[in-house]
Design a binder for this molecule. Sequence first.
Ligand SMILES: Cc1cc2nc3c(=O)[nH]c(=O)nc-3n(C[C@H](O)[C@H](O)[C@H](O)COP(=O)(O)OP(=O)(O)OC[C@H]3O[C@@H](n4cnc5c(N)ncnc54)[C@H](O)[C@@H]3O)c2cc1C
Length: 252
Amino acid sequence: MKNICIIGSGISGSTIANLLSKKYKVDVYEKAKGIGGRSSHRRYLNNLGFDHGLQYISPKTSKFKKFCSGLQKKRVLKKWQGPHKFDHSKVLENKKHTKLIGVKGNNAISKYLLKNINCIFGYELFKIERIKKNWKLSFLNGDVKYYEILIISIPFAQSKKLLIKFLPTFFKNKNVKMESNITVMTVTNKIKNNYSSFLFNDEIVGWAAKENSKNRFKYKYDLWTIQSTFKWANRNILNYRNNKKKFTSFFN
Ligand SMILES: Cc1cc2nc3c(=O)[nH]c(=O)nc-3n(C[C@H](O)[C@H](O)[C@H](O)COP(=O)(O)OP(=O)(O)OC[C@H]3O[C@@H](n4cnc5c(N)ncnc54)[C@H](O)[C@@H]3O)c2cc1C
């Protein structure tokens, strides 16, 4: 049986891992402490937490709708009831689109897909070599692993850096622009309004989600996930990265 290594436990990596595990032995390596990548869920206290990246899913193709409705039946996903406040003139949003969220957190899809798969956390791949018929993988923690088949499921710029000597010219010359995002996860006194989320028409603040409205927990304070606009984050991300300690509390 071929042994397959997948790098990245985001929605893409976990989907590929789940499909291949039906026929092959699959291991998933993830640099973070938990599952989900850009759909990760940050725990705050007990069952309280924030959806850090992906906010909701609105399936559009019939295949994806079917997949999501299967996950609703299995109580992995559920509808996020509104009202959702839409205040943006330049962004098109069909208010009738269903907003689906994870029952316990938005990393639910990855968690579900990876539940029977060997997933190894805290492993950041930094070097790939070809030794005879195997891929030699070197991880930042000093470990080295060998696999017959390697699948990289991480953002394009990072994959390109890791794979540069194996890529055809087309991909070597290709650039994919990544937008930045700065997210604030904060706890406030109860704010009197009925809205579950806000899509703003503002230079700095793009979106705010009230985590309490997702009916995952009850709490005396409000938990808010507030995301900047891409435009503002693209301009300010370096300042944030260089002063991360100044802006970060509670989480480590
Ligand atoms: C702020 C934000 C909000 C979003 N909101 C929405 C939304 O509301 N609705 C929606 O549909 N989509 C949304 N998206 C997009 C959605 O989150 C992504 O398209 C999706 O999660 C990407 O999944 P992925 O598996 O392709 O990549 P990722 O989730 O990025 O997964 C890649 C994984 O690889 C790991 N990794 C990277 N490098 C290495 C390495 N060298 N070694 C080991 N592991 C590595 C990473 O830690 C990560 O877990 C949002 C994205 C962001 C950033």
